[in-house]
Design a binder for this molecule. Sequence first.
Ligand code: PLP
Length: 493
Amino acid sequence: MNYKSTRGLAPQMNVCQAIIKGIASDKGLYVPESFPKLDADWSRLSKLSYKEFAQEVLAPYLPEFSAQELKACIDGAYDGKYSAKEIVPVVKAGGAYFLELYHGPTAAFKDMALQLMPRLLTESIRKEGEEKTVVILVSTSGDTGTAALKGFENVPGTQIVVFFPDGAVSPVQEQQMRTASGSNAHVFSIMGNFDDAQTTQKQILNDPELAEKMAAKGYTFSAANSMNVGRLLPQIVYYVWGYAQLVARGAVKAGDPVNICVPSGNFGNILSAYYAKQMGVPVGRLICASNKNKVLTDFINTGVYDANREFYITNSPSMDILISSNLERLLYHLAGGDPAEVRSLMDQLADCGKYTVGDQVKKGLDALFSAGYADEAEIESAIGKLYKDEHYLMDTHTAVGYKVWKDYAEKTGDRTPALIASTASPYKFAASIAESIGLEQGADPFETIELLNKETGAPVPEGLKNLKARKVIHKEAIKRQDMKQRVAQLLGL
Ligand SMILES: *Cc1c(COP(=O)(O)O)cnc(C)c1O
């Protein structure tokens, strides 16, 4: 199994090299050269545990790993880290099935991949015989940063540097990041939005002068964002798992389709659902849900990607994104693996913030994807109503998915059973949730968590307990133009 760059000008790599590298040297993203086919015996699959699923789904993508090596990584990632015994529970509410991906250490779905990816990375470094210290750069709209800091906490041979947009993450996310206590952790807020952080991060990762200085000191860069294929692969597992759970409980007949709705930002999570379909999971429609930053909705409905628009800070901050990196991978696949077409579109995006896809890609989109969006008032009312009706509590991001799926089902009359990716614990966005269900706010977000707990009786995730009392270690706010220099400084370059 080789991995190719979407832009076709960087060398092919095996999975270890692709995970270490993070992003290709031609600025493209690594994709698997083919999609392994699942043994779709659903009556057998539906009896496997989550970890057994992970082994089965991931093995063909990681041929360099022996079964034992992969098992050790999976055990390390999921044993004792999850508050739900199934790891990913599937819960029926509001006429849909919620794939609850947030029961890990930092209470958002990013843990699913970021607990496993550091283990794959360190194993890859060992296999490739690299002696270097890997410097993981992360730009985050909130949850990737918290999950990456946890996943890489004190991992030998790594340094982790996180940039988040100042004032644009939730207070809980900010406190999680600023109190990260790993000896290899470095955290900065930057004056700018997420797209600024991600764009500068990509420049740093591809800076030849910096790379030279790094090499001389025994460092190499990697990325823990969903640009890294090591993030995407673990996310495929839970869509296969989700389908098998629906078969096991008789909600679908093996082989019949389910729709999958994913609240999306950087397009990594829904891309993994697309990969699950390519592997043989019977998926009807992939429904891409956006908040008020609805660049993806417009793209899927028209074939025109236009990032030249107002940027909003919303109550689903992890989806406040206008440049969705992983769309590049989908374009590559839908264009039949044509890197020249991807290069042309990505050049237009860099030059004028806009591109229009050709007929083949548009046809591919129409055949599989639907899209919609929800604004803040719609999000809050969806949360309030489902809680009142069924005592089921969603976070703001998940509510975007639920609302968009409901609109889709009403508009089309499509009654196919639906899985909705539930991407964060409601406690992570406690203030918005309290407001949505008509609960009084506490004096600060941490007290609101307590009040929410009293009202709903749902346990507070371990990672969010006692947050307020933790020591703030990382206080720096920097300019976007200073990101590179700050990285050089902390590595002593
Ligand atoms: C990151 C995130 C998303 C968006 O996922 P992408 O893979 O970036 O599309 C949605 N919800 C939550 C809670 C997140 O943390």
